[in-house]
Design a protein around this ligand. Sequence first.
Ligand code: PLP
Length: 452
Amino acid sequence: MTDAVSKSLFERAQKTLVGGVNSPVRAFGPVGGDPVFIKEARGCTIVGADGTEYVDYVGSWGPMILGHAHPEVVAAIQQAAVKGSSYGAPTEAEIEMGELIAELVPNMEMSRLVSSGTEATMGALRLARGYTGRDVIVKCEGGYHGGADYLLVKAGSGAATLGEPNSAGVPAAIASTTAILGYNDVEGTRAMLRERGSEIAAVIIEPVAGNMGCVAPDPAWLACLREECTKAGTLLIFDEVMTGFRVALGGAQARYAVTPDLTCLGKIVGGGLPVGAYGGPREIMSKVAPLGPVYQAGTLSGNPLAVAAGLTTLKLLRADGVYDRLEAISVSLTDAIVAAAKEAGLTAHRVDDPHSEAARAITGADVVVQRVGAMITTFFSDGVVRGWGQADKCSRARFAAWHGALLKAGVYWPPSQFESAFPSVAHDQAALAKTQKAMVAAFTAARSIAAG
Ligand code: PLP
């Protein structure tokens, strides 16, 4: 239940802001109820408009890996702000950012800074089309890469592999330049690239899926993608907007030791301010304007405040022990979720590798908690989730009851089952203890709802 102050703010918001929010998932549509309006945040705590404190696992949908209002990040933004907020001309800090990105993600020998993850994937895909001279791009069912027309596409019916729009306003002709693959589908991937590879400019994937809930990649699938893309002359793009600097300092490509042709970044790279980036080897990136014929530009690209926040965040993440701490927090949280579900009388499993035989043998469960690094999803699923087909079968009703009870108990979890929760290094023992208690109440509420 949402507090009275948020309720009244939501009523007011709906008069002038579409749906009362500036991005659809914030409207709490998938779980029902009204959104909590936020007044402020610090560390792992987010404060609602009426002063209620919540343990925050949304973390602005990923960027806040150090926790909210980290003093060094705040100081960096303040120091940058007094020197002017935008010049529309290059700065030394942008060079430092390019150098640091190249050091942490060696695939990104050259990069282009933009202002969002959406812009990063759009830039990378236009570059792939310009570089290869091909039009078709491939994405996975259940994957999300931002709001470009050719990415708001679902699988076509029947034998058609060409996509269909899944938003009004996307021309069918544009959607038909996108083909859809099943996430982790080794056979389908091989077949598509062998049959149609010569038309395909790029395959773009989330190297750990986060937008159907957290689903780890099958290393065999990543290897197949790498091999078949190379053979077909198709660029493999890792959309690391979510996974970059989260599942490892070097992103999913470091964690799984697979090198894409191009990489997209967002979220953490801006430390909570709007930054995205795309990059890759010099040979490919030199096709981007002003060096090459692929146009891409942005008034606020490389904005000094945003770069200051991002640089400071990345430097703090580079310190010893950060990812060990994040891993320990994430493991504790996962174990707490599973323990709470069991305490509430549900059958629950922690799944670290959804591709293991043991995981694939799970049947008849109520809850499956999947995690990769600091990305976690509680699936109300009877078995492991390896792709959208299984994710789509989860109990939305149970999730909604669970989510509502968590909120009531002071835990702010992403308001959709098909999202990842994002613990930060600021989640301390007190926050985890509060979460564990809330989880028992939440699973008890979920249990009272019939699955389905
Ligand atoms: N790619 C992935 C994997 C994402 O999760 C998102 C956003 O959640 C985007 C791209 C789009 O990024 P943005 O919302 O910054 O435009």
